[in-house]
Design a protein around this ligand. Structure first.
Ligand code: ADP
Ligand code: MG
Length: 367
């Protein structure tokens, strides 16, 4: 059993504030992803949990114990880095056995633990090889194996697969997720890759500039982003943001842009009534590329009309870049229809997929 809790944690390097007032909790056996762009404070956070970095302010708990002043090796945590840091002059077996030798465990125990970890990771056939005889993916497995043999309370993984090629990364995503289940362990996983976080995490912690943006399940952060940053960071191609006016219309609301007027459904208007006071405010209309029904002929109830700028076929799907007045937006649909450059395209917006953000603060108006 292992929970990790951060309470109002700060990390300062001189005048750089890398982590600002961060509070969060990782539940027992949870797969928690810290997600955000490079430099947002992910590694600093992980290294403070591991005890490799001094905590400037605040407290970190493992289970119910404050560990701020506990030495790293006494925290019962194993960390896996992006660089595998294998010992080149030790064979795979000895690389994996190393932390156990440091602990001076009996030889029989070491043999048992290394072989079990090797089986879990499917590298039992590689134990007699030298690191230079391994592929990138195999090296990363050995590095993970070295963490597993210690049977720690908590695994901390800092972009462990970021540098692998795309195909291997996809493969390792599945492997790591399965490993989490097999070990029944608490894992905190750092990545800048939203797809990794979406596919692997039980919950995602989104960070930007050292500040917590949102914590939630992949579904929550993807479908109910609290602000424009979260909305734009998750999803590929990213959400389209269209600067518009939000105006009252009778009992409801509409979004007005020089190219279109979008009447908002009651479900959204009800949320807006609760918070909007003025009759007209500047907003960013947020629409994911998947939120449109597209047609080359004008359908009934068409919300917007644009012009096809270019098409990007993806095999099953196609991304269509559309010019909408001064805006460029991307829409995604299944392949099949012949879309012609410079021809008009008609868009119907899936009304349950509309997002609205305050133009100034970037906060969602629908939370
Ligand atoms: P991430 O892992 O999300 O890329 P980091 O935690 O490594 O982010 O860094 C967060 C911020 O702190 C960055 O602005 C980085 O330049 C700064 N930083 C990290 N480590 C140090 C250090 N040892 N000294 C000074 N600044 C640092
Ligand atoms: Mg980092």
């Amino acid at each position: 059993m292992a929970r990790v809790r951060l309470e109002k944690v700060w990390k300062r390097y001189g005048s750089v504030e890398a982590v600002k007032d961060l509070s969060l909790e990782c539940q027992d056996r949870e797969f928690l992803c810290l997600l955000g762009p490079s430099g947002c404070g992910k590694s600093s956070t992980l290294r403070m949990i591991a005890g490799l970095e001094f905590i400037s302010e605040g407290s970190i708990y493992i289970d119910d114990k404050v560990v701020n002043n506990v030495d790293p090796y006494k925290r019962d945590i194993a960390m896996v880095f992006e660089s595998y840091a294998l010992y080149p002059h030790k064979k795979v077996f000895e690389n994996m056995a190393y932390p156990l030798r440091v602990q001076k465990l009996p030889e029989a125990d070491i043999q048992k633990r290394v072989r079990r970890a090797a089986e879990i990771l499917d590298i039992a056939g590689l134990l007699e090889r030298w690191p230079r005889q391994l592929s990138g993916g195999q090296k990363q497995r050995v590095a993970i194996g070295r963490a597993i043999v210690r049977d720690p309370k908590v695994f901390l993984l800092d972009e462990p697969i970021s540098h692998l090629d795309a195909k291997l990364r996809t493969h390792m995503r599945g492997e790591l997720k399965r490993l989490h289940r097999d070990l029944d362990a608490t894992m905190i996983y750092v990545t800048h890759d939203q797809l990794e976080a979406m596919t692997m995490a039980d919950r995602i912690v989104v960070l930007n500039l050292g500040v917590l943006q949102q914590v939630g399940t992949p579904d929550e952060v993807f479908n109910h982003p609290r602000n424009k940053f979260v909305a734009g960071f998750l999803g590929d191609p990213p959400m389209n943001f269209i600067p518009s006016q939000l105006q009252k219309k009778g009992k409801g609301y509409k979004v007005v842009h020089e190219q279109f007027t979008l009447e908002l459904p009651d479900s959204i208007s009800r949320k807006l009534i609760a918070r909007q006071s003025s009759d007209s405010v500047e907003v960013e209309l947020g629409l994911r590329p998947e939120s449109f029904d597209l047609s080359s002929k004008q359908p009934d109830g068409c919300d917007m009309q644009g012009k096809i700028y270019v098409t990007e076929p993806l095999g099953e799907d196609v991304i269509i870049d559309i010019t909408l007045g001064n805006e460029k937006i991307k829409a995604k649909t299944v392949i099949g229809q012949a879309w012609q450059i410079d021809e008009p395209i008609y868009m119907r917006v899936k009304h349950d997929r509309i997002h609205l953000f305050d133009k100034t603060t970037g906060e969602s108006l629908l939370m």
